[in-house]
Design a protein around this ligand. Structure first.
Ligand SMILES: *Cc1c(COP(=O)(O)O)cnc(C)c1O
Length: 400
């Protein structure tokens, strides 16, 4: 095996310099435990950025992928394929959404949503091409999705940016109403802003945005790339709000680690793209769909959703009972197994995450000086006890 020093040398000399990596190289995992190349074990509280929902070496996932690999990995969208049909059936069978487009990443799923808005405007001649997005949102890294992302630090260096996006403060319904000029055709939001600090939309805001969109004939697009596929204890996070968007996008957790994403739509939004309007070479390939079928199957009929809801509540209790009393803990928020702990700026979350790594725990960070927790759905109470104890120890030894 290549040694770690050589790996770091290759990265340093030849990888585009876009990633800042922690000083660890993971080699394998089992359940919620990761092992690095030196054989050290880590409890995974981040799931590869809210991706590895079944943990590591899940026997059903491994079996499905292996079996599918032995049959056919890829055939292109010029032909039918069995796992893709099964997945689309699973994602549409409750009737919430009527059509699906499968692709490979969250950004791509959002690109599909954006193209739907543009095509509807073009077909109808309405001119309603503009999409309202929230400040501090995150929608991806392609040129269009980085423009949709309401954070200049991600988009400004890549000018010229495409037009057609306007930004409104998050959780401010009046601002949304005021920004809705006749050129606006859609509102695109996250139910919980993940990258900018695990910041949930308030109930009144999301329900209000839904009602407003309906009243004005705007499409409501919910980017559930991070919150979807069961992460918050419901299959879609919007189910907590009792609303239904016209378009929803899924990605991170959908394939349990295998790259796959999806744009689901209903009504006109589902019908507007026709032959040749959109496509993807890899999108919905048999291997990726075989993986997603295992994840979605466990959520739909395997009792996994209930487990996320239950474990998520337990996690929230442990976080608040052990951590909330520290005065530099400004807020603990989130839903299900997506939680954020916002700290006073004087305590660096990167430093806390670094200390946790040295104690054998992988934990994430995000905007607004927030620790981000997004473990596999199979995380146990014992693992939660252990990790939250370690956080408590670090917090107790932190003075500001
Ligand atoms: C991660 C993320 C994306 C981008 O997904 P990629 O697969 O990295 O393209 C988009 N939207 C949200 C809400 C995300 O969390």
């Amino acid at each position: 095996m290549m040694d770690f020093e050589r790996i770091k040398e290759i990265e340093k000399d030849h990888c585009m310099k876009v990633f800042k990596r922690s000083n660890v190289c993971f080699e394998r995992g089992e359940g919620c435990t990761l092992y690095d190349t030196a054989g050290h074990a880590y409890t995974d509280f981040f799931g590869g950025i809210a991706v590895n929902c079944l943990g590591y070496n899940d026997p059903d996932l491994v079996k499905a992928i292996s079996e599918q690999a032995g049959k056919i990995i890829h055939s292109s969208n010029l032909y039918y394929n069995v796992p893709q049909a099964e997945l689309i059936d699973r994602l549409t069978r409750d009737g919430m959404f009527t059509r699906a487009f499968l692709c490979n990443s969250g950004a791509e799923a959002n690109e599909c949503a954006i193209k739907i808005v543009r095509k509807l405007a073009s077909d109808s001649g309405s001119g309603r091409t503009t999409i309202l997005t929230a400040k501090e949102s995150f929608h991806g890294r392609t040129i269009a999705t980085v423009t949709a992302t309401g954070q200049e630090k991600y988009s400004a260096p890549f000018a010229p940016l495409p037009g057609g996006f306007k930004y409104v403060p998050f959780n401010d319904l009046d601002a949304l109403r005021e920004a809705t000029t006749p050129d606006v055709g859609a509102i695109m939001l996250e139910c919980i802003q993940g990258e900018s600090g695990v910041r949930p939309a308030t109930y009144d805001y999301l329900v209000g945005a839904y009602a407003f969109a309906k009243q004005k004939g705007l499409l409501l697009i919910l980017d559930e790339v991070q919150t979807g596929t069961g992460r918050t204890g419901k299959f879609f996070c919007f189910e907590h709000y009792g609303i239904q968007p016209d378009i929803v996008t899924l990605a991170k957790g959908l394939g349990g680690g295998v790259p796959i994403a999806c744009c689901l739509a209903r009504g006109d939004a589902a019908e507007v793209l026709g032959p040749g309007d959109h496509g993807s070479t890899f999108g919905g390939n048999p291997l990726a769909c075989a993986a997603a079928n295992v994840v979605v199957g466990k959520l739909q009929e395997g009792g996994l959703l209930e487990r996320v809801a239950e474990t998520g509540d337990y996690l929230a209790d442990q976080l608040s009972s052990k951590l909330a009393r520290h005065k530099f803990v400004l807020d603990i928020r989130g839903k299900g197994l997506l939680r954020g702990i916002q700290l006073d700026e004087r305590v660096s979350v990167a430093a806390v995450a670094g200390k946790m790594l040295s104690l054998g725990v992988v934990i994430g960070t995000c905007g607004h000086n927030t620790l981000r927790i997004a473990p596999p759905y199979i995380i146990t109470r014992e693992e939660i006890d252990d990790v939250t104890d370690k956080l408590e120890t670090i917090f107790s030894n932190t003075n500001v």
